[in-house]
Write a protein that binds this ligand. Sequence first.
Ligand code: ATP
Ligand code: MG
Length: 332
Amino acid sequence: HDLRNEDLKDIRELGQGNGGSVKKVEHLPTGTIMAKKIVLIDAKPSVRKQILRELQIMHDCHSDYIISFYGAFISDPNICICMEYMDKGSLDGIYKKIGPIDIDVVGKVALAVLEGLTYLYDVHRIIHRVMGTDIKPSNILFNSKGQIKICDFGVSGELINSIADTFVGTSTYMSPERIQGAQYTVKSDVWSLGISLIELALGRFPFADSESDDSDLSDFEGTLSPSRPNPLSLQKAKEQRDKKKKRKSKGVSLQGGGMTMSILELLQHIVNEPAPRLTPEGRFPKEAEDFVDSCLLKDPDARKTPKDLLKHPWIEHARSSTFDLEAWASTF
Ligand code: ATP
Ligand code: MG
């Protein structure tokens, strides 16, 4: 049956991103708990209808590694997308709460994301790109059954365009080739996965400056707009700068140039410097180090596809591992 906004009761807000906000809601006629993503779209009615049509493909996405879709509707001036509610939230929230994630769990995350991407790509020719966002910890969700699923993938080209119109997005999870203007491919998702895995294993965004605490660039993860910065990010940037003034800085820094410069510096760093790695050496299994290195090959031609990476020894190990994610979920 068709979803209607009148049938959804707000329970609480789950979070806000650059594309909109997400609320936990109850579908009153059935008692189903859902996550409702509200995306403000400044577009003509015909474009909105096109977006809704394109979103319908999500009804055909059935995978253990992909968030289930209940339906989407227009609630002027927004588009609402209703999806499966994941009661343990996203992995960024989890590591910010409990600290660095156990490498066995990180292996399971890698496996789930590769499976999800391979499914979307092979079955539906969808590349993980929505609203200009990438694979990143906030788009990898976890529940108390121990399931790991990805959300926010690019099913609607029109939706991506409409959001891109209002928000020129640049993400710090973006691969070097995309920063340099190359077309988005499934290899870009592999880069973003590599960055995300390091972030989870270390408990901090990998491009943060090594001398200082972990808050440095972590507030900048996600979508940023160098040309039209959003006020919230600017406010955060200012707070970071004020904090930073009290410390010596080195490497990638927010000091000096204001937000726009610092983001450009970070993007330049991604393009010009060696890719981050799972460090210090010896802290993590060799296979994990090797997997991350192969995700973060700077040359996209040398980087493997998600399907090929499913055969990597670390991923095979994660697949056969008896690590109990459900038990792990009950610890926080
Ligand atoms: P961006 O806008 O750059 O994608 P984001 O992913 O943080 O950033 P949203 O996609 O709007 O922003 O999501 C906001 C937050 O809502 C997420 O960080 C996540 O914690 C939570 N969330 C999203 N979808 C669900 C869901 N299906 N179940 C539970 N929590 C969710
Ligand atoms: Mg998201």
